[in-house]
Design a protein around this ligand. Sequence first.
Ligand code: FAD
Ligand code: SF4
Length: 690
Amino acid sequence: MPVDSRGKKRTGMTHSIYPRLFTPLDLGTAGVLSNRIVMGSMHTGLEETGDWDRVAAYFEERARGGVALMVTGGMAPNEEASVLPGAAGLFSAEDIASHRRVTARVHDHGARILMQILHAGRYATTPRAVAPSAVRSPISPHVPRALDEAGIRKQIRDMVTAAERAREAGYDGVEIMGSEGYFLNQFLVTRTNRRDDRWGGDVANRMRLPVEVVARTRAAVGTDFIILFRLSMIDLVPGGSTWPEVVRLARAVEAAGATMINTGIGWHEARVPTIATSVPRRAFTWVTAKLMGEVGIPVMASNRINTPETAEAVLAEGAADLVSMARPFLADSDFVRKAREGRADEITPCIACNQACLDHTFEGKPASCLVNPRACHETELTYRPANRRRRIAVAGAGPAGLAAAIVAGGRGHAVSLFEAESEIGGQMTLAREIPGKEEFHGLIAWYRRQLELAGVEVHLGCAVTAAALTDFDDIIVATGVRPRPSRIAGEDCPHVVTYADLLRGTREAGDQVAVVGAGGIGFDVATYLVQYGPSPAGDLDLWRREWGVGDPEAFRGGLAPEGPRPSPPARQVTLLQRSPEKPGRRLGRTTGWIHRSHLRMKAVRTMAGVNYERITREGLLISRGDRREAPELLEVDTVVICAGQVPNRGLADELAASGRQAHVIGGALSASGLDAKRAIDQGSRLAALL
Ligand code: FAD
Ligand code: SF4
């Protein structure tokens, strides 16, 4: 009988939990995939570091975790196709040798790996960008150069050459990126293809390029090499493809030699969120389902699938033949193994925050993961068994304390965790109340399970003092933060509440509300206040109405003609900030626009550059500028204070006063720029060293 990674006997029952996920898939001459789970392409920025040990370690860890097939981040076929100047590609013999180190280590664990060929077209941020027509994208700095016939031929040649080099480097195949508004996608629609030669005009001409790339690649690489084509099934931009065009392209790429079709959702310039945490789980698998039966090759679903249950349901409904998940493999490299062993409650959940993955990429930093700081740091951050079992006290069960406790406990230390509240989670228990941040529920549940597994002794409802911490080798102070007082005259009026009291439900808001402070928490509080009824994140129909997502069979590009139809706001909310900069400018690079658009849709009034004069019974009096001009009374019945946070340093100070050493982490160390990403990273890194 087979045994699992913990040495327990694996029974048929365990496998029967996800019967479809663990059914092998026969790809004919390209071999058999051991399960239906694919790790989708992610640009991590690791290749660009030039540290190929690190790249190989990252992929190897996920191959060891049992994923059947993985796809690399996008590799440029030539310089003008690069998303960023200096982006990775397979240009030289040296590059091929580097990639060989990756493929060899993946194959050691029986997994397969495809290299994604990504031609950015007009999304390239280089002035050398090329495209079907000279039409700048709203998210690009440069007008691309329209290619002539010879230029198009060169681009095809370069993409085919990239596939040939991938084969030489040991890859099992390539994914040809034909979606998300990149080069091949740009040829498909008149929005970006204004040509009147054989590469533009009618639909047959517009799809000629992607189809030719597939056909020429197949001719070059032979029959046993996987070609996965990523096809945009719903463009979500005006002038996007019609559904008959999508089906026609799918059939044509199949005829041209594609092995499988992957789902692409939305162009990067689309004004509809497609992977953020506020997008319902599996929000787009109904689109992929429409393609099932239209082609004879396997079809893969993607976007916001982050648990084995969700993935199994997609397959059970016949919505796809395989499921692609990307970010969940940053959160947990052992996703597949844990699912196979019936340990889904141990899978570190990807909360779809983008904070350490996509946002890092856009900032030019290597990706990682908020919930798993080891992601993309596999060679440098390791959790080895402790040499000596130490007695460790952790004060505070917010993300910093939780991360420290589970890593230290997992390494074999005797850990006692003290939490003043009646449950763990710290401020994550407030974050989970925000409509669109419900994934925090699952993260807290995961920490609860990890505490059990790591053997941590948990003391809830225990506001610990220095006097109680005498019996430990190490003390970790993770007591977090508390709301900063606003110091506005009249703050003690009865209709003034803090964000913490509001979200805990100990105080309520009236119908007219002023939110003081437009940082991340201010935006979240405004979102909470305007929501009426169920959260759209848990109701796909409602969410689609709010963002204007129509049926691509009825509407070109899948955009509902009437546009977004948000439900009316529950309250009239004004969101204010002292700073004159655009409110929400400092929110996440890839998610800030979603929060700003959402509040705009809910008629939230935002005001920047205000002075708070005083709070009165009638409302909030503000003025503008250094000379405190244009006084205005906002007639509100509630003022919510989101004026930042201050470290909760009581315990740290008490310990210091008694001359005792402690490790201070998370918000207790510094409240400035604090988020769960930093808290978890600090907790994990400290505990890795104890
Ligand atoms: P905290 O979370 O504040 O936890 C500290 C814990 O220590 C608390 O549980 C407290 O009760 C306990 N404690 C204090 N004193 C004692 C004592 N003496 N003994 C025992 N226990 C004690 N961050 C993100 O990264 N992404 C988001 O999307 C996000 N959304 C948010 C939304 C909202 C509405 C809020 C309020 C915050 C959000 N944050 C988000 C911020 C994030 O939650 C915090 O930065 C993070 O929780 C800080 O972690 P921490 O462990 O340092 O402190
Ligand atoms: Fe998922 Fe957030 Fe981790 Fe990215 S950073 S993989 S979105 S949990």
